[in-house]
Design a protein around this ligand. Structure first.
Ligand code: AMP
Ligand code: ZN
Ligand code: FE
Ligand code: FE
Length: 289
């Protein structure tokens, strides 16, 4: 065994991308430019910005990426429902101006906002918290992280993780469901808008069980092209099962950090995607730059 050969074959950061990050345009705490800086510091080839329900950070991210000599892939993440499962869907290179795509982003953004308002209304009955406390940050895509941070600022809970584990958990009386859409419908809209739909973190611990082969087949029939296999929140058991399921289908395999800035431990570049996979995504997507 020649040690030099092993080293040369090791994946280098120059061939890797982080394809799932959130900025202040949704529920991350950093700007897109800060994400670009972190990616450049690690020597990554590029990154995708995938804020919830919005393309608002793309221009800033693209510009910052160029300044650092990084490649930028535009994306967003949508919360959808597939057969009773809360299913997060990533879309790369979809045109946010496409009529149906724009309508879907608008619908999901509105549903996110109304759901946050309902949760804050419930919390306000028992705690000293108002919508103004939560929305003070002036961000459109208000989610549970923003409610959590307001609860921390008001001294109601100790930290964000505690907020998620208690008052904001899906079992809490203060929890509210958001109106959503079927994953298959979102996938069709993404494809028609020239995008590449990728199933986000299906092996994450909080999913409790992995998508079945039959369920995955339905998504592929609708146009699903990839699966985010590597994710910091994966459960090893669910990942093993997912690997068995995915092996039977010709899907792109991605990996990403799901960086949210402070308040969540996920770090940029923690999980990554091969440059050749990104090249394939670009070929399949309408947006080339
Ligand atoms: P929501 O989409 O409003 O239901 O909130 C869930 C989002 O909060 C997901 O995108 C999570 O990744 C994110 N998040 C940020 N910080 C945390 C945390 N400390 N615990 C759990 N989820 C978090
Ligand atoms: Zn998020
Ligand atoms: Fe997600
Ligand atoms: Fe995410």
């Amino acid at each position: 065994m020649d040690l030099r050969v092993i080293i040369e074959n090791m994946p280098s950061p120059q061939d890797r991308y982080d394809l799932h990050t959130h900025s202040r345009h949704s529920d991350g705490t950093t700007t897109p430019a800060e994400i670009a800086k972190l990616a450049a510091g690690l020597g990554l080839a590029g990154f995708a910005l995938t804020d919830h329900d919005t393309a608002n950070g793309w221009d800033e991210a693209r510009e910052a990426a160029a300044e650092h000599g990084l490649d930028f892939l535009p994306g967003f993440e949508m919360t959808t429902m597939h057969r009773g499962r809360n299913t997060h869907l990533l879309a790369y290179g979809a045109d946010p101006q496409d009529d149906e795509m724009a309508a879907l982003l608008n619908l999901l953004g509105g549903a996110r906002q109304r759901r946050a308002e309902r949760m804050v209304e419930k919390l306000a009955q028992d705690f000293d918290i108002t919508w103004e406390d939560v929305a003070a940050v002036g961000i459109r895509a208000i989610g549970r992280p923003h409610i959590a941070d307001a609860l921390v600022r008001k001294g109601i809970v100790a930290d964000r993780d505690t907020a998620f584990a208690t008052l904001l958990s899906s079992k809490s009386p203060y929890y509210a469901y958001a109106e959503s859409v079927k994953t298959v419908d979102a996938i069709r809209i993404v494809c028609a808008a020239g995008g590449v739909p990728v199933l986000a973190h299906p092996a994450a611990k909080r999913n409790r069980s992995v998508i079945t082969p039959a369920e995955l087949e339905q998504l592929i029939a609708a146009g699903l092209l990839g699966v985010e296999m590597d994710h910091p929140e994966n459960s090893p058991e669910l990942l093993t099962e997912l690997q068995r399921t995915v092996a039977d289908f010709p899907l792109l395999i991605t990996g990403s950090s799901d960086f949210h800035g402070a308040g969540k431990i996920n770090r940029v570049g923690e999980e990554t995607t091969a440059a050749e996979t990104v090249l394939r995504i670009r070929e399949l997507a309408r947006i080339k730059h």
